[in-house]
Design a protein around this ligand. Structure first.
Ligand code: KL2
Length: 575
């Protein structure tokens, strides 16, 4: 058994690979202006990016809501998709462009016992044909209690006590959630023998977590919460979508070993799994079709480190290096990563550190012998909303965090109580990951950063990267992967926020498929760098908005057996 530099196990499918030349040429040029801002609306499904976040006064001097006021949105980001305008019929939450869930905690360090509830009517339309749960908290004002929207919810006024699933509530006859494919394939030139494949990211809701957080599912009939009902549904969904790569989160180990793995293997999948550390019974699984890919290496990543207070949580990641079928060229790899970051909305410091550890592993795994990198697909439940600092860090390669309250990193809460500011550095040196999200102890790193270990065609970019690192402020973190999001986080049809998870206390996006975009891809940032091997987004299975979700009785329901929807995309691998 080999050990990876992050002290996690590396499966011995191939011998442990020594540190390859650090590939940093992407970095300098990857501090590109926001992708969507540079793409013509005619060819981009993405909204303009609210890059104004970075231009705002220091974090601790502003309130979240002031930075997201309508005035800001109208003047600074006038064309930013669902951020840009008041959508008729939507109440304040969406008009501000907020996309929030929330929680109640006694202190920043403790896991929230409940997600804080939104004010009644927030994020709802004036149409009364759908029934969202009352997210009003016990702290709600008298006026909000009496608001017309509060009448929409006919359930009990208080959440059920944890551990108990409430009896079914009556709603209008639910409809099935309908999802459309959005096709971008016509935007690309035809290629001979393209390697096209599909990827799914899906948090399948561990039964153990469902039972421990039963108050989140008080809107559900108890029958739909039974694992014996949910598992066949989930399996049917996986089978119907038939993705070539599956990245699953919240996979309970006993269910994985006894049911999921055998079922997926019989469907032609190779399966890898990493359980959360400690006593947590669930983890992340990555499966791929044996006839489409073969496994080069598998790298489980544990974010727990004994003796590092910041790393006392049990979350994990799983990074695979795959070889597409029919390719014998070692340069034709595909790096697939899957993770489920910490939930706690108040602990952005932990979330960022977990992410940095994963990015370091991905950088290491995706590095090819010639110093270049293979394309990366990063899936998972990041417990962070679109355009939050954590999300923006992934997309923009850089986060200036000086003065940022830890409760604002993930954007899950509008007014988080965790107001401790991020300190410099966010994580201690003992983590072994630099502020560039690279392993610290990789031999020859300094030379590589300077570009001397890069091949001539990459040297300019490497030097650019080094210059950028030299100018790095002490209070920023960077990474060298060039990633964009396969989803645009708003619906093309009506501009409303698309959501990936929905239950009694929240309706937000926290799941993503990030990928290395090839030149000419719909999501590719316009930057000066020569293109590396990358991916073209061919199609994605559109998500839905909260209204559509509640028309189907929210999640889980009769047909959709998790509190998340699966994300599903088709890619073309560009050599
Ligand atoms: O939001 V999630 O659900 O991505 O679907 O990730 C976490 C939460 C998951 C693993 O920790 O369990 C859920 N309130 C609401 N949800 C919670 C809480 C909580 N206090 N704790 C865990 N989860």
């Amino acid at each position: 058994m080999y050990r990876s530099p992050n002290c996690n196990n590396v499966y011995p499918y191939t011998p442990y690979r020594p540190m390859f030349t650090r590939h940093l040429n992407a970095v300098g040029s990857s501090w590109f202006p926001p992708t969507q801002a540079l793409l013509g609306r005619w060819r981009s499904p993405y909204p303009l990016h609210p890059s104004w976040w970075r231009e705002q006064p220091p974090w601790h001097l502003q309130s979240y809501s002031s930075r997201h006021s309508l005035a800001n949105l109208k003047t600074v980001a006038p064309r930013s998709g669902w951020w840009r305008q008041a959508i008729p019929g939507l109440t304040n939450g969406y008009q501000r462009g907020l996309h929030l869930s929330c929680g109640l905690m006694d202190s920043a360090d403790r896991e929230p016992p409940h997600k804080r509830r939104r004010s009644p009517g927030e994020g709802r339309t004036e149409q009364k044909s759908w029934h969202a749960p009352d997210r009003s908290s016990s702290r709600q004002t008298q006026s909000s209690k009496g608001s017309p929207d509060s009448r929409l919810w006919n359930g009990p006024p208080h959440p059920a006590s944890p551990g108990k699933i409430t009896s079914p509530r009556k709603t209008q006859r639910p409809t099935e959630i309908k999802r459309q494919w959005e096709d971008f394939s016509h935007l690309y030139k035809h290629r001979d023998q393209p390697f096209d494949f599909s990827v799914m990211s899906y948090n399948i809701l561990a039964q153990d977590l469902l039972q421990n957080n039963a108050y989140l599912y008080k809107h559900c009939q108890s029958s739909v919460l039974d694992w014996n009902h949910r598992f066949p549904n989930i399996l049917k969904e996986l089978e119907q979508h038939d993705a070539d790569i599956l990245c699953l989160q919240e996979v309970q180990e006993d269910h994985y070993q006894k049911q999921l793995k055998p079922s997926l293997e019989s469907l032609g999948y190779h399966c890898e799994y990493k359980r959360r550390t400690g006593r947590k019974p669930d983890g992340c699984a990555v499966s791929f079709k044996r006839d489409r890919f073969s496994l080069i290496t598998c790298h489980p990543v544990e974010y727990f480190r004994r003796g590092v207070p910041l790393l006392d949580r049990d979350n994990v990641g799983l990074v695979l290096l795959l070889r597409p079928a029919g390719s014998s060229d070692p340069a034709h790899g595909l790096c697939v990563a899957n993770t489920h970051l910490l939930y706690n909305p108040r602990r952005g410091d932990i979330k960022l550190t977990q992410l940095a550890m994963l990015l370091a592993e991905i950088s290491h795994v995706s590095r090819l012998q010639d110093g270049s990198s293979c394309p990366v697909i990063l899936c998972g439940d990041f417990n962070s909303v679109p355009w939050s600092p954590l999300y923006s860090f992934i997309r923009e390669n850089r986060l200036e965090y000086e003065g940022m309250p830890i409760g604002k990193v993930s954007g899950q809460e509008e007014t988080p109580r965790g107001q401790r500011l991020l300190t410099v550095p966010i994580w201690p040196q003992s983590v072994g990951v630099s502020q560039q999200c690279q392993y610290e102890h990789v031999p020859g790193r300094a030379a590589e950063v300077k570009g001397t270990a890069l091949c001539p065609s990459e040297r300019n970019n490497g030097e650019e990267a080094f210059a950028a690192f030299s100018n790095m402020s002490r209070a920023s973190i960077v990474h060298s992967l060039r990633l964009t999001s396969a989803y645009s986080h708003r619906l093309k049809a009506n501009g409303r926020p698309e959501i990936t998870t929905c239950h009694s206390k929240t309706a937000i996006t926290v799941d993503y498929i990030f990928y290395s975009a090839a030149q000419g891809d719909v999501g590719q940032p316009e930057c000066s760098a020569a293109p590396e091997a990358g991916l073209q987004l061919l199609a994605r299975l559109a998500l839905v908005d909260e209204r559509d979700m509640w028309t189907a009785n929210g999640l889980p329901n009769e047909h959709n057996s998790s509190d998340h929807l699966p994300l599903l995309v088709r890619f073309r691998l560009q050599p």
